[in-house]
Design a protein around this ligand. Structure first.
Ligand code: GLA
Length: 408
């Protein structure tokens, strides 16, 4: 009798385990539109502490960014202390003396959410403890702390299977029970767009960004990339088809306000919005200029990124210095972005009648001979319609972004 009971018990636990394992999945509903927030890495590198993070949350509210839709305050690498004797991860006591839970409480009290960073390997990219072999333990800790977003990096992962590693952390987060946005960061090395849709809410599609227009910065074994470099890799990989509500291509944290010109910052921000990239800022929000703040809080540009249709823009015209991007929006509206990649002013006349729109991915077809649209310039506020050609003079490295609505 006792034997049968034990056997039944074992069978039940095995069944329960397999049911649990099968039930693990990513949290739904956390990324119907791309996430918006701030991350410490681009400006602060490893120099993170709780006072700075609190001040950044304050600045996100005071600058109007929270009201414009930004919600995550994300701590990148280097918040860590060591693991204790039970393998539990600790925060750096020197830099986070009040602990992560107190910091999460503070960020939540501002109506914002807190993000954190770890790595699938033994160590993070900056040499702090990674989560390998501690995934379930770490996920439970993050949930207890009140974390809302996890960026999960890919350093020190030789011979690890990326699908397995990212799935393990997804399952660990799910089991811990707190809905946490899961940001995959393996730089596009293993084509995550092909396998990560049901694992994470976004995946980095490219290497690290660098605050320049068209350069790359060589670090020895790898390079970080300027805005145009990222833009062009994305096109070569034909990434647009893989993104959609709940699973986005991530073109990295933005460099707006970090040293490029105003025109370049405006273009960078507009492009990231059009491409449905997460809008994660990377500048010091406490000291940004009015110009930077105005760029980051342009609600009409943000609305393109947050459009419920969730379709990443396509490069519709590719003609030397002129690139035109097209983004189908909800309610039969659309956005067009005219980019001047070059160093001289670009004069261009866009004749709607001759530029029929055809997007195979969404089935969108517009012949402006038969359909009229009105448009609004989302940076300068001008208005017009598609009856007459659009005559543009775009300054070097700048953009014109239009939102088109069916005329009636
Ligand atoms: C990698 C990531 C960066 C940043 C650093 C931290 O390079 O791609 O975004 O998180 O690690 O060490």
């Amino acid at each position: 009798m006792r034997k049968t009971l034990i056997k039944t018990g074992v069978l039940c636990s095995a069944l329960l385990l397999s049911v649990n394992a099968a039930a693990e999945k990513k949290f739904e509903g956390l990324a119907d539109t791309p996430p918006m927030g701030w991350n410490s890495w681009n400006t602060f590198d490893c120099d993170v502490d709780e006072n700075m993070i609190r001040e950044m949350a304050d600045a996100m509210v005071e600058s109007g960014m929270r009201d414009a839709g930004y919600e995550y305050i994300n701590i990148d690498d280097c918040w860590h202390g060591e693991r204790d004797e039970n393998g539990e991860i600790q925060v750096s006591e020197e830099h986070f003396p009040s602990g992560m839970k107190a910091l999460a409480d503070y960020v939540h009290s501002k109506g914002l959410k807190l993000g954190i960073y770890s790595d699938a390997g033994n160590t993070t990219c900056a040499g702090r403890p990674g989560s390998r072999g501690h995934e379930y333990q770490d996920a439970r800790t993050y949930a207890e702390w009140g974390i809302d977003y996890l960026k999960y990096d890919w350093c020190d992962t030789e011979n690890i299977n990326p699908i397995g590693a990212y799935t393990t952390m997804r399952d660990a987060l799910h089991e811990a029970g707190r809905p946490i946005y899961y940001s995959i960061c393996e730089w596009g090395d293993n084509q995550p767009w092909e396998w990560a849709q049901d694992i994470g809410h976004s995946w980095r599609a490219t290497g690290d960004i660098y605050p320049c227009w068209d350069c790359s910065y060589n670090w020895g074994s790898w390079s970080s990339l300027g805005v145009l470099k990222i833009l062009d890799i994305r096109k070569d990989l034909r990434l647009r088809q893989y993104a959609g509500p709940g699973h986005w291509n991530d073109y990295d944290m933005m460099e707006v306000g970090n040293g490029m010109t105003e025109a370049e910052d405006r273009s960078h921000f507009s492009l990231w919005a059009m491409l449905n990239s997460p809008l994660i800022t990377g500048n010091d929000l406490r000291s940004m200029s009015d110009t930077t703040r105005e760029i980051l809080t342009n609600k009409e540009i943000i609305a393109l990124n947050q459009d419920p249709k969730g379709v990443e823009a396509m490069r519709y015209i590719d003609a030397g210095d002129l690139n035109v991007f097209l983004k189908p929006l909800a309610n039969d509206e659309l956005a067009l972005l005219f980019l001047n990649r070059g160093d001289d002013v670009l004069k261009y006349s866009h004749d709607w009648q001759f530029n029929i729109i055809k997007d195979d991915q969404t089935g969108l077809e517009i012949n402006f001979n038969n359909e009229r649209f009105t448009w609004k310039d989302l940076w300068k506020g001008g208005k017009g319609n598609t009856d007459k050609p659009l005559n543009l003079e775009i300054p070097p490295h700048d953009v014109v972004v239009l939102r088109l609505k069916p005329a009636n």
